[in-house]
Design a protein around this ligand. Structure first.
Ligand code: ASN
Length: 259
C-alpha cells in the first residue's frame, strides 16, 4: 500500500513539474522560441475596444484599426504572427511575462509605461473622457463610485483626480463591463478613451454621454514590446508603419473606421 501511495505521489509530482515547466506544446513556449528564422511572433491585444479591436459577431473574427494595421505592417515586413485578443491588462501582463512578443491595443504611450515597455512611433492620438448617464454633472461624482478598466491610462487618470472629485473607484476587466456598471447605476461614471466611447455612442451601442468634450492627457497610441526585448520586431513594425503611412494605406484603414 505504501508503495502504491509513493508511486502515485511520484507520478503526480512529475506531472505538476511538467505543467509548471510548460512541457508539451504549451503556447507559452512560442514567445520564448526566438532563435528560429521563421519565428511566429505572438501578439496580444484588447478584446472589446471598438473601433481598435472588437469581435465581428458575423465572422466571429476580431477586426478593427489595430487588427488592420498589424496585418498591413506584417505584410509589408514579412512578419509571421498570431493574434491573441485577451484584453488590455492581460496583454500587458503577457508581454511582461514573455508570453507575448508584442501588443497592439490602442495602447497609450506614456513615461510610466516607457519604464517597462519599448514603443513604436505613434499611429494615432487620443486621451480620456468621463462618461455617464445623460443629465449627470461633474459635481454628482462626489461621494459615489466610478468605473475604470484595469491597467489603463483611464484608470491612472481617474486615480490621479480621485480626491479632487471625491469619488471611490471600482475596477473592471473590460470596457463593456464598465459601461454596464454605469448603465445599471452601480457606478455613476466611467473613464474611457475619447475615440472609443465616441464610436460606441455613435453606433448606438452605448447610450451614455461624455461629461467633458475635450479629452484629458492626449497622447499617441503605439505598438509595444517588453523593454529591451524583441528589438527586431519593433524595428520591423516601425519600418512597416512608415511604409503604410507613405503608401496611404494607414489613412485608408483609419477612414474605414470613420477617422
Ligand atoms: N488607451 C488604453 C490605455 O493605453 C488602451 C485600452 O484600453 N485598450 O490604457
Amino acid at each position: 500500500m505504501k508503495k502504491i501511495i509513493a508511486l502515485t505521489l511520484t507520478v503526480l509530482m512529475a506531472v505538476s513539474v511538467c505543467v509548471l515547466a510548460g512541457c508539451g506544446n504549451s503556447s507559452d513556449s512560442k514567445a520564448a522560441d526566438t532563435k528560429t528564422e521563421s519565428k511566429k511572433y505572438v501578439i496580444y491585444s484588447d478584446n472589446a475596444f471598438a473601433p481598435f479591436e472588437y469581435l465581428d459577431t458575423k465572422t466571429k473574427k476580431y477586426v478593427g484599426v489595430d487588427m488592420d494595421i498589424m496585418a498591413a505592417v506584417a505584410k509589408d515586413q514579412g512578419i509571421n504572427y498570431e493574434m491573441h485578443n485577451e484584453g488590455f491588462d492581460a496583454s500587458m501582463g503577457a508581454v511582461q511575462a514573455g508570453q507575448a512578443d508584442g501588443m497592439i491595443a490602442g495602447m497609450t504611450i506614456n513615461d510610466e509605461r516607457k519604464k517597462t515597455f519599448d514603443f513604436s512611433a505613434p499611429y494615432f492620438e487620443d486621451g480620456q473622457v468621463i462618461v455617464a448617464k445623460k443629465g449627470t454633472k461633474m459635481s454628482d461624482l462626489k461621494g459615489k463610485s466610478v468605473a475604470v478598466k484595469n491597467g489603463t491610462a483611464g484608470k491612472d487618470y481617474a486615480e490621479s483626480v480621485k480626491d479632487k472629485y471625491g469619488y471611490t473607484i471600482n475596477y473592471y476587466k473590460d470596457s463593456p463591463s464598465m459601461y454596464q456598471a454605469v448603465k445599471t447605476g452601480v457606478d455613476v461614471a466611467c473613464f474611457e478613451d475619447f475615440s472609443v466611447i465616441a464610436y460606441s455612442i455613435k453606433t448606438g451601442e452605448v447610450k451614455l454621454v461624455m461629461l467633458n468634450n475635450k479629452p484629458f492627457n492626449v497622447k499617441g497610441y503605439g505598438f509595444a514590446v517588453k523593454k529591451g526585448q524583441n528589438a527586431e520586431l519593433l524595428e520591423k513594425f516601425d519600418k512597416g508603419l512608415k511604409n503604410i503611412e507613405k503608401s496611404g494605406e494607414l489613412k485608408k484603414i483609419l477612414s474605414k473606421y470613420g477617422y
